[in-house]
Design a protein around this ligand. Structure first.
Ligand code: IPE
Ligand code: IPE
Ligand code: MG
Length: 249
């Protein structure tokens, strides 16, 4: 039986019984959004962070169990120091808010990426957020990709696996895709069913290359601060119109 979300006349309906279990979003276009308004890029990041909050709650309310957002890539350190530190400040602000609300609002947060390279205060806050989140009996998990690069994740996983081989904990010939997945930051999280990139760019930019091997993609021109429930609904309708074959017929 299908459960349809009520829509206005003329709009396609979302089947609530066939939602993706895991959505990934590349939150792109903050800088261009600010530029269009004659504002500094940092204002775009502040607006984008607000969008993140509302989209995260919308996914929770729809009943999607996992949301993974790309917040800061291993390549984003190339940006001016002022912009990087403004992004770090925003992360701090939203994590503090999340820490306060997780229990009441029923979600937990995890991080993908090498958080050891973050400013110490932010890194400690990430660790605390994970610890507090582990106490929450949550049906909804947000994964924040922070200092994340898919290639970096795979290299770190390969090093950890090689160490286990060298120290005799595992046998090289036993390696399988499933066994290797357990060395990735995403261990325990199902692969994303749907990956969304706003801002008109048609690329992955190092976002979940391993996990996204069989994901469906949705690209849209809205800049991230303009992204809202309506755009997400469109992505879901598109996702539900597709036939996933995973190599079969
Ligand atoms: C995404 O927006 C946010 C981060 C990468 C941190 P951008 O800052 O990349 O915005 P554009 O792509 O320059 O518009
Ligand atoms: C990808 O966006 C990273 C995040 C959204 C955090 P970028 O703006 O950094 O990617 P490119 O430079 O357009 O590939
Ligand atoms: Mg960008």
């Amino acid at each position: 039986m299908a459960f349809f979300k009520k829509k206005q006349a003329g709009e396609a309906e979302i089947d609530l019984s066939r939602l993706p279990k895991h959505i990934g979003i590349i939150m792109d276009g903050n800088g261009r959004w600010a530029k269009k308004r004659g504002l500094p890029r940092t204002a775009g990041h502040a607006a984008g962070a607000e969008t993140f909050r509302s989209v995260a709650y919308y996914c929770r309310d729809l009943g999607i169990p996992y949301l993974t957002v790309y917040a800061f890539s291993t390549e984003n350190w190339k940006r001016p120091e002022e912009e990087v530190s403004a992004i770090m400040d925003l992360l701090r602000k939203y994590l503090l808010e999340a820490l306060e609300k997780m229990q009441k609002d029923g979600f937990r947060i995890r991080f993908l990426g090498d958080i050891t390279a973050l400013p110490e205060e932010l890194r400690d806050l990430c660790l605390e957020t994970v610890e507090v989140g582990n106490q929450v009996d949550a049906k909804y998990q947000i994964n924040v990709c922070l200092n994340y690069g898919g290639r970096d994740e795979i290299i770190r996983a390969a090093k950890a696996w090689a160490k286990d081989v060298a120290e005799g904990r595992v046998l090289a010939e036993d390696l399988t895709e499933e066994a290797f997945s357990r060395y990735l930051d995403s261990r325990g999280i199902p692969d994303p069913d749907l990956i969304i990139r706003p801002s008109g760019e048609l690329r992955l930019s190092n976002f979940l290359p391993w996990q996204g091997a069989y994901s469906e993609f949705y690209f849209t021109d809205e800049l991230w601060p303009d992204f809202d429930a309506k755009v997400l609904d469109k992505a879901l309708v598109s996702y539900q119109s597709r036939q996933r074959r995973f190599g079969g017929v």
